[in-house]
Design a binder for this molecule. Structure first.
Ligand SMILES: Cc1cc2nc3c(=O)[nH]c(=O)nc-3n(C[C@H](O)[C@H](O)[C@H](O)COP(=O)(O)OP(=O)(O)OC[C@H]3O[C@@H](n4cnc5c(N)ncnc54)[C@H](O)[C@@H]3O)c2cc1C
Length: 308
């Protein structure tokens, strides 16, 4: 019930300024975000690697409206690749096309993406293109497919809440494109997305099976224990080895699950966001789970009381 209003607030820039200026709110954010700087993210990845998992670095930022900001974001990613290589980390990167200026100009976005993919290829690394709201779905997949023909070291994300996803799974499987499967984190209308959780989960299950059977090293990205168990059972029944797919989890969520899955011998990758632009990311995490919202509101009220 609260999901749509929270996701609406995630897009309000004026509220973002107020909330991000509160020190305690920032501390809540750092439950889900590794820190402000690349150094913080590198330290988090080192810990994750020590636990036997790999990572995907996300330098937070989306919907940039200035070319300068898009170019700066691309530079940040190039720096990220250099650090990963220099420190021998087991990590790739996740990017958002609107961070690379998709809202400003598709030409600019493609130019920056090519620079990132080229450097990643030189370093033997991989770039995951995150999936954003449905206004970007087709553009993201088209650009990813065009890039994949020249740079096979990229992959995309498909969201099981969208009706179109079954067809997109087939399309990506045929192209040999690596897919990260998620449920979907944005507020989408019933005209294009399943409103009921049970249907989103059914769609996830079907997509997971198609990706495991015909996909190229899929990433099953969920904290849903039921769907994780079904993935393990399906892979075992089909004789699909644990080296042919990976699980992905978000930084700060269900560490116990991460440890259990690595302990069972499965590959686990942790999505590690860092940077100061954490507001939209944090609100999406709050929208997913009411308990997070209660924790967050409690922190804000405590801070206000302390200031009085
Ligand atoms: C690695 C990774 C990358 C992602 N990339 C994208 C992307 O590119 N585009 C996109 O739209 N979405 C992305 N998502 C988010 C995804 O779409 C879901 O919104 C998110 O994963 C929550 O759904 P769930 O699959 O965990 O299942 P749910 O049914 O929502 O949750 C299952 C259980 O997981 C735990 N849980 C879930 N969310 C939280 C939370 N916020 N805080 C604490 N516990 C929680 C709870 O125990 C819950 O009962 C990504 C998720 C992961 C794991």
């Amino acid at each position: 019930m609260l999901r749509a209003p929270i996701l609406y607030l995630s897009r309000r820039r004026s509220l973002q300024r107020i909330i991000t200026a509160m020190p305690l709110t920032a501390r809540v954010a750092y439950r889900f975000v590794a820190g402000d700087r690349l150094d913080d993210a590198v330290a988090a990845v080192r810990r994750i690697n020590q636990f036997g998992s790999s990572a995907s670095l996300d330098h937070l930022g989306e919907n940039v409206s200035q070319e300068r900001a898009a170019r700066a974001a691309a530079e940040d990613y190039l720096r990220g690749f250099e650090r990963i290589a220099a420190e021998g980390l087991d990590a790739n990167v996740s990017i958002k096309l609107t961070q690379l200026g998709l809202d400003i100009s598709p030409v600019l976005c493609q130019e920056l993406l090519v620079g990132i993919l080229r450097r990643a290829a030189e370093l033997g690394n991989f770039v995951r293109i995150d999936m954003e709201g449905s206004a970007y779905t087709e553009r993201t997949l088209e650009l990813a497919l065009a890039m994949h023909a020249r740079y096979p070291n990229c992959g995309v994300v498909l969201q099981s809440y969208l009706y179109r996803t079954a067809a997109d799974v087939e399309r990506m499987n045929q192209a040999g494109m690596r897919v990260r499967l998620v449920k979907g984190a944005y507020d989408e209308p019933a005209a294009i997305a399943y409103p009921r959780k049970a249907d989103v989960d059914d769609s996830f299950r079907r997509a997971m099976q198609a990706l495991l059977r015909q996909g190229n090293y899929p990433a099953i990205a969920t904290h849903d224990e039921g769907l994780i168990s079904e993935t393990i059972a399906f892979a075992a029944a089909q004789g699909i080895g644990s080296d042919r797919f990976e699980f992905q989890l978000l930084y700060g969520i269900r560490r116990d699950l991460q440890e259990r899955l690595t302990g069972l011998g499965f590959r686990v990758r942790i999505y590690v966001p860092y940077g100061t632009e954490w507001y939209p990311y944090l609100t999406r995490r709050l929208a997913e789970r009411p308990a997070n919202l209660i924790f967050f509101v409690g922190s804000v009220l405590r801070e206000r009381r302390a200031r009085r």
